[in-house]
Design a protein around this ligand. Structure first.
Ligand code: 5RP
Length: 241
């Protein structure tokens, strides 16, 4: 990561830190922003609350990282409620705070976390901020491997676009998520809104979750060259520096 990107993510992370108070249960999204910017900053700058906060990680990546840093973690089955989740995204729509997540393949756990969190706060660098999610943007869909080719064909027929089973590096063949499933990346078709695609995906038995986060994000801190942009759902920008 270049140093400019690192500093944008760090300044956004510093804003998110202010939402973490002693005694809280905090959800953690996955990916490089959380692993390489937010968590190191938390350890450096929030040592006073560090031993009095429990984290729920959304992937093995973040679970291992948090354990290596000496943080306290809990699993999903030990909690019924999360005070705040800190996460990032691949794209964030500036006005609606609709986010597309799942570049790191952890969106199923991230969505479950957001659904039990009082607040979902995103941190990002300005490259993630868009006015509108455009056709062609890849929407990840998590599917059990047993149905993946069946559902791939069904999606192609319904949407009229080519979709791809995600493959990765470090292993031949498909990416298998931490929950043991496959991922199909679906380009947003020209004639579909995100709401329509979300509705279609939810109507297909066997589709576990997709990477459209609508009406879930409460706030976003976006690091820009001019400072941190603070966005709140349902309101215009709170502060623009
Ligand atoms: C993982 C995610 C990540 O938040 C998203 O892919 C952004 O990752 P990064 O911080 O590496 O840019 O949704 O499922």
């Amino acid at each position: 990561m270049n140093s400019l990107l690192a500093s944008l993510r760090k300044s956004a992370s510093r804003k998110a830190l202010t939402h973490i108070k002693p005694g809280m249960i905090v959800g953690l999204g996955s990916g490089s922003t959380i692993a390489d910017s937010f968590l190191p900053l938390f350890v450096e700058e929030a040592s006073d609350v560090m031993h009095n906060v429990f984290f729920i990680p959304s992937s093995r990546q973040i679970e291992f990282k948090a354990l290596e840093m000496g943080l306290k973690i809990l699993s999903f089955n030990q909690i019924d409620h999360v005070n705040v989740t800190i996460d990032s995204a691949d794209f964030i729509e500036r006005k609606t705070l609709i986010a597309i997540k799942g570049g790191g393949g952890a969106f199923l756990m991230e969505k479950v976390l957001s659904s039990v969190s009082d607040e979902l706060i995103l941190i990002a660098d300005e490259n993630k901020l868009v006015e509108k999610i455009q056709p062609g943007v890849l929407i990840p869909v998590e599917v059990p491997s047993d149905f993946v080719i069946l559902i791939k064909k069904r999606l192609e027929k319904a949407l009229g676009v080519n979709v791809r089973i995600r493959t990765g590096s470090g292993k031949v063949g498909p990416v298998i998520t931490d929950l043991g499933n496959a991922i199909i990346d679906v380009p947003l078709p020209e004639d579909y809104s995100l709401e329509q695609l979300d509705g279609l995906l939810k109507s297909i038995p066997g589709v576990l979750e997709n990477g459209i986060f609508k009406d879930l994000v409460s706030r976003a801190y976006v690091g820009t060259g001019g400072g941190v942009l603070e966005l709140e759902r349902g309101r215009t920008a709170l502060y623009e520096y």
